[in-house]
Design a binder for this molecule. Structure first.
Ligand code: NIG
Ligand code: FE
Length: 416
């Protein structure tokens, strides 16, 4: 069955090479007017003047965009959507002056989500995650990465990844699984008889091999940060992940600079994420590498931290920048991707074109999917989002609003 999207005021095509856009390439989101999009079997087959496509595909099912703006489906390349209860209480603790790491040291933060997730069944976690993903889709996201990382034991990490696998078949969205067993050192490995070295050995010798053997993840990620995993431990754990065929991601330089961004570049990680505390050498290392710098401005906003990632220095230095929600119960409980576009423009001082590229093709590149999704071009998956605005600049402008009216992944409806 052919489908034809017509009557869009603008089509934000993001057309260009099927790879991350770097530096000045990020400026041009290739916005077109009077343009229609045709798809067949879930793939885009033509993008061109509406008049021409209407006669070429006269039998296609019409989708009337009603004068809205059509974009590639948004690609949220960093989320922690598999968790149990919320952590709303921590927000007040932070307001009273307690830092993120101080809350973690007292057994809160990630540890409290771990305690909670361990009590829940796979069915229960699946039932909790499903409506969250539908809410993500309702804001225009059609591809989402989901991390494990609140289990921190073999069984609880496998349970989380199996929930992600079930979600992949339950929803039309494109879902990319990431193993984040190295999210923290679990509490039971912090005092005798068990040590952090024992947990790292468990990651290397049991968890990673099992996750890879069961093909439960595409990526391995780690929270490389002073007070969590050191650079040496990161090297070792990601080395094991790579040896088992997993691609690499790092939570890098989120709160303090430690050389994590440089390590991401050295290891050839697909992305280095957060980077609010990245150093000058870190910026230079990413700019000279193929690693996508994934910025998560909602996290710094929600934690009330004064410093956002230096998006301008990264882009002006020639790096490829993506943005994502970091949706998680501790530091970024939002499903609103367009709000991240607002923050990208108003806080990170990106242009609207850069923000749109960062949320689409560069997000796709951060997931190794830049040849499949993230642009509206022939051969690409029919992953689309329709916003009720007349001009693409309004997507970040109406901040916090829900303007996405419909979205599609592989041509199938995700929302609306
Ligand atoms: O990306 N920084 C590490 N991981 C998450 C937060 C996890 C949590 O606090 O539950 C993040 O911000
Ligand atoms: Fe994260």
């Amino acid at each position: 069955m052919q489908k034809l999207w017509i009557n869009a005021a603008q089509v934000v095509t993001c057309q260009g090479p099927g790879r991350a856009r770097r530096g000045p390439e990020m400026r041009d989101a290739a916005i077109q007017s009077h343009t229609a999009v045709a798809a067949e079997h879930g793939k885009i087959i033509a993008v061109g003047p509406q008049h021409d496509l209407e006669s070429t595909y006269s039998n296609a099912e019409r989708v009337d965009c009603n004068g809205g703006v059509l974009t590639p489906g948004l690609v949220d390349s960093h989320t922690h959507g598999i968790f149990g209860k919320n952590r709303a209480a921590e927000q007040e603790l932070r307001a009273s002056g307690l830092g993120y790491m101080e809350i973690a040291k007292q057994g809160g933060g990630i540890h409290s989500s771990v305690r909670d997730l361990r009590t829940r069944s796979e069915d229960e976690l699946f039932a909790l995650a499903l409506p969250r993903l539908r809410r993500l889709a309702s804001y225009g996201t059609t591809t989402v990465e989901l991390k494990s990382g609140y289990g921190l034991s073999l069984d609880d990490e496998l349970k989380s990844l199996r929930v992600i696998r079930r979600l992949q078949t339950a929803l039309p969205m494109r879902i990319v699984p990431t193993f984040l067993g190295a999210h923290e050192i679990p509490m039971e490995y912090r005092s005798a008889p068990r040590t952090r070295a024992d947990y790292i050995a468990l990651l290397e010798h049991e968890m990673i091999p099992r996750v890879a053997a069961e093909k439960l993840a595409v990526f391995a990620d780690i929270f490389c940060e002073p007070g969590v995993y050191t650079l040496d431990e990161t090297r070792r754990i990601l080395g094991a992940a790579r040896a088992h065929g997993l691609a690499l991601k790092l939570h890098a330089d989120e709160l303090e600079p430690s050389g994590a961004a440089e390590l991401a570049a050295e290891l050839g990680a697909v992305s280095a994420d957060h980077l609010a505390a990245i150093s000058e050498p870190g910026i230079a290392a990413l700019a000279a590498s193929g690693t996508v710098a994934t910025l998560l401005p909602g996290t710094m906003l929600f934690l009330g931290r004064p410093r956002q990632a230096p998006a301008r220095a990264l882009i002006d230095g020639g790096a490829a920048v993506a943005i994502a929600t970091d949706f998680n119960p501790g530091t970024s409980p939002t499903v609103n991707f367009p709000l991240m576009l607002t923050l990208a423009v108003s806080q990170l001082r990106m242009t609207v074109g850069e923000a749109l590229i960062a949320a689409t093709i560069n997000g796709a590149a951060a997931l190794g999917l830049a040849a499949e999704t993230g642009q509206i071009a022939p051969g690409y998956s029919a992953d689309l989002a329709l916003f009720e605005v007349e001009d693409a600049r309004e997507i970040p402008y109406w901040y916090g609003d829900q303007r996405c009216r419909r979205s599609w992944a592989r041509g199938d409806g995700c929302h609306g």
